[in-house]
Design a binder for this molecule. Structure first.
Ligand code: NAP
Ligand code: G4F
Length: 347
């Protein structure tokens, strides 16, 4: 039975990947970092099934090379999926040192641990479309587009990308970078804009709050459905030769469009009034303001336009996205609607 180690197993992607590998028959090991609350909602269900002895959790941290050495020595994985990261772009401007420690040096820690233990496992490195500048003239972005990150997060991830390549080329290690564009789901952290909108509009609809505050509504992202992206990560490690891939839908939509689509799912008729910081989203039926702009959600520097070209993955991995933008919004908003209803029944 193949053994896979997932760092960041409790996050959005880690939880979907664990499910995917579990179904493929892998013995799954997940690295968690210690927190004061047992932060495992996304993976709890994996421990309630018959074969739950195939999922193991181990404590460790990307910034602590000793913990990585201990875990890898103990598990001896065939595949490592390095998903652990400080993944919030805006927050990376507040904690740039920590972001560099976990997202850049953390990757080096992992590569060194695998090299020194000489266990010859394959490694997937979670890279990102935040490596690109977001300049519309360079879109759609693919594996040949130049990198020009705009945030401490993007720079740390660029180090992770390059050091992975260096270890692949210098030590003949099987290391691949997945340049993944934004991918979302009902398990997305509520700090990210899609989930913030999905949760926020549901709370407005149920009367729990009056309005929500957002930043740049004109920013454009290539949003896909997270579980499909985890299959691509697995496929990358099943190739004969290690190489990097862009994974994306090839469609781009603004934050404003995401809000409008989410409003449709909840039967809210939204209209926009005003400009810039004074722009407001108004519910036509009630006349109430439901969206306002708060400058705290703008970034000091922004990647404004992301649209990925994943032709290489479509050809070599035989991978393509299945869920449309409209369906993705529906999946997320309806999941939060069900959650909101359950909550209202309980309280
Ligand atoms: P996520 O939900 O934020 O999950 C990240 C996980 O990493 C969390 O479980 C977190 O643990 C853990 N973690 C953070 N710092 C750590 C550290 N120092 N040591 C050990 N674990 C640590 O992110 P995601 O959306 O699943 O993304 C997975 C990976 O893909 C990340 O590397 C992200 O940067 C990258 N990526 C994501 C996207 C996307 O659109 N989702 C696109 C491109 C690349 P806590 O719960 O304790 O914080
Ligand atoms: O949802 P976001 O915070 O995601 P962002 O910055 O694109 O990063 C995500 O995707 C990356 C891949 O490109 C990953 F590498 C990264 O780990 C993470 O998963 O913001 C999306 C857009 C931005 O342009 C932001 O300025 O939404 C805009 N936005 C507008 N108002 C907002 C808000 N973002 C957040 N988080 N909160 C707002 O209120």
């Amino acid at each position: 039975m193949k053994k896979a180690l997932i760092t960041g197993i409790g996050g959005q992607d880690g939880s979907y990947l664990a499910e995917f590998l579990f179904k493929k028959g892998y013995q799954v090991y997940g690295m968690l970092r210690r927190s004061s609350t047992f932060n495992c909602q996304n993976i709890e269900h994996l421990f309630n099934i018959k074969e739950s002895n195939r999922v193991h959790l181990l404590y460790g941290d990307m910034t602590d090379v000793d913990s990585l050495l201990r875990i890898i020595k103990e598990v001896k994985p065939d595949e490592i999926y390095n998903l652990a990261a400080q993944s919030d772009v805006r927050v990376s401007f507040d904690i740039p040192f920590y972001t560099a420690q976990s997202d850049a040096i953390g990757v080096l820690n992992l590569l060194e641990a695998v090299k020194n233990l000489n266990i010859g496992c394959k490694i997937y490195q979670a890279s990102t479309s935040e490596l690109f500048s977001g300049d519309k003239r360079e879109a759609p972005q693919n594996e040949k587009t130049s990198f020009n990150p705009k945030s401490p997060y993007g720079v740390a991830k660029l180090y992770g990308f390059e050091i992975a390549k260096v270890y692949r080329e210098s030590y003949k290690m099987f290391v691949v970078n997945g340049i993944f564009f934004n991918h979302e789901s009902p398990r997305r952290g509520e700090n990210f804009v899609t989930r913030k909108i999905s949760v926020g509009l549901n709370e407005i609809k149920s009367g729990k709050k009056e309005k929500m505050f957002l930043g740049n509504l004109d920013s454009k992202r290539d949003w896909g459905y997270a579980p499909e992206y985890m299959e691509a990560a697995w496929k990358m490690l099943q190739q004969k030769t290690p190489q990097d891939f862009v994974i994306a839908t090839g469609e781009t939509h603004s934050v404003r469009e995401f809000i409008e689509e989410a409003c449709k799912v909840l039967d809210i008729d939204i209209t926009w009034k005003g400009k810039g910081l004074n722009e407001k989203g108004i519910d036509k039926k009630t006349g109430k303001t439901i969206v306002e702009i708060d400058p705290q959600y703008f970034r000091p520097n922004e990647v404004s336009y992301l649209c990925g070209d994943s032709r290489k993955a479509r050809k070599i991995l035989n991978w393509k996205p299945k869920t449309s933008f409209k369906d993705l919004v529906k999946i997320m908003v309806e999941a939060d609607l069900r959650r909101e209803k359950r909550h209202n029944i309980c309280c």
